[in-house]
Write a protein that binds this ligand. Structure first.
Ligand code: PHE
Ligand code: NA
Length: 446
């Protein structure tokens, strides 16, 4: 056990940190547009199902490895593998996770940069008295401007890496404590506004009336990937946080609280966004721009809308910030494990991610029609393949290790649940989560 490792200051701090990682663009930006592109209620239903049967148990698997190993992901895996007398190669799962978050962070930072732009715009009154059509075309103009996008992306990477360089638990706890609850308040206000719009009924019907006919393999794969993405599972990023978890805390309880909140935030923003879509006859399959077009319209109709809009983008920025810190941590932890100093590791990782992010920036202008795989430009590629395929593969390996390879006693004590709870968890992971993830992955790769 390493004595130098920091601990979260309390159970609440751990839950807040994991919530900070989980709640982000996945809920507010990605969930609505994925739902729009994947047939509405069909996607929503599958996503909730996957969160419960895959996301939750695998999130426990991932965090308990970190907690049992009390080291950075690769070292924890190596340590637990040797303790159990299994292959040392399990540690490469940590490297695969670092690779996954590398690509995710590269586009995550670019999109978070969009909220910086919108924060500044709304403070400057840029959305006052604009028609929905004008709001839509302003977004397109912004996307076509690589310099503005690069500026925001750079700013966001600096924000992220400066906290990472300072060490996670220092900066993060305080930020989380204040800002996350405020974000929920604004989302609830937005939900209240949605109820009053003409499109509310249509949005609810579209989101919640079962539509099994819309389900196909593509929708299933996307919903599964999104469940991993939104919970931040499968990249060893939460594993890194598990290493800082207090000894006496119950992991299942903490994880359930986080997942409930994560679903609630997604549903609230989905309801708000689709109410606007159906009120104004917008296109639900609009794609990654959906949130940036609908929410300024929504807020412009609220009394004091400019203030709400500015506050919303500020809090969204904080939410994406806490997620991006979590995305960066496993890579930095890996270098620290290899003997690097934290500050240097953060600098190198930040620079590399920033550079690859430029390809996403340019995907909206000069590189828009450069296709890497099939019809996908770079942004389309990194915003789908790492979340929808790499995360489930990582989650699968993590789950196999935790439920089949680790010493059962080590897993049980890191889970922090009574013996029956441990057996239930292990049964679900072994016979439901692992086979289901494998089947969905294999059938869509074939
Ligand atoms: N869960 C984050 C979100 O919803 C994204 C994320 C994915 C964070 C993977 C860490 C690891 O925005
Ligand atoms: Na999320």
């Amino acid at each position: 056990m390493s004595e130098t490792l920091e601990r979260w200051h309390s159970r609440r701090a751990f839950i807040l940190a994991v919530t900070g990682a989980a709640v982000g663009l996945g809920n507010i930006w990605r969930f609505p547009y994925m739902t729009g592109e994947n047939g509405g209620s069909a996607f929503l239903l599958l996503y909730i199902l996957f969160v419960v049967v895959l996301g939750l148990p695998m999130m426990m698997a991932e965090i308990l490895i970190g907690r049992a190993g009390r080291r950075s992901p690769m070292q924890a895996l190596a340590y637990l593998a040797s303790e159990a007398g299994v292959s040392p190669h399990w540690r490469w799962v940590g490297l695969f996770g670092a690779l996954t978050v590398f690509f995710i962070l590269s586009f995550y930072s670019v999109v978070s940069g969009w909220s910086i732009e919108y924060l500044v715009d709304s403070v400057n009154g840029g959305f006052v008295d604009r028609t929905p059509a004008e709001i839509g075309s302003a977004f397109d103009t912004f996307l076509a401007d690589p310099l503005r996008m690069t500026f925001n992306h750079t700013l966001f990477m600096l924000l992220t890496m400066s906290v990472v360089a300072a060490g996670v638990s220092n900066g993060l706890e305080k930020l989380n404590n204040v800002m996350m609850p405020l974000l929920y308040v604004i989302l609830i206000v937005l939900g209240g506004y949605a109820v009053t719009t003409a499109g509310f009924g249509a949005a609810m019907a579209w989101l919640f009336t079962p539509n099994p006919a819309a389900i196909d393999l593509h929708v299933v794969l996307n919903a599964m990937g999104h469940a991993f993405f939104t919970l931040a599972v499968g990249a060893c990023a939460l594993m890194a946080y598990g290493a800082y978890m207090p000894d006496e805390q119950s992991l299942p309880r903490a994880v359930c609280a986080v997942a409930l909140l994560d679903i609630a935030v997604a549903l609230l923003s989905g309801i708000a966004i689709f109410s606007v879509v159906f009120t104004h006859g917008l296109d639900p399959t609009e794609g990654p721009g959906l949130m940036f077009v609908t929410l300024p319209i929504a807020f412009s109709e609220l009394p004091g809308g400019q203030i709400w809009l500015g506050a919303f983008f500020l809090l969204l920025l904080v939410a994406t910030w806490t997620s991006s810190i979590n995305l960066a941590e496993p890579m930095v932890a890996m270098l620290i494990g290899a003997g690097w100093r934290r500050g240097r590791a953060a600098l190198l990782i930040g620079a590399l991610v920033w550079g690859v992010g430029l390809l996403s920036v340019l995907s909206f202008s000069t590189l828009a029609d450069v296709h890497w795989i099939g019809e996908m430009n770079f942004f389309a590629l990194v915003s789908t393949v790492p979340p929808d395929i790499f995360l489930p593969i990582g989650g699968l390996l993590i789950a196999i290790f935790a439920a089949w390879r680790m010493l059962p006693e080590a897993a049980a004590s890191a889970l922090g649940a009574p013996a029956t709870g441990f057996r239930l968890w292990r049964g679900v992971v072994r016979y439901v989560s692992i086979p289901l993830t494998a089947v969905v992955l294999l059938s869509s790769l074939i």
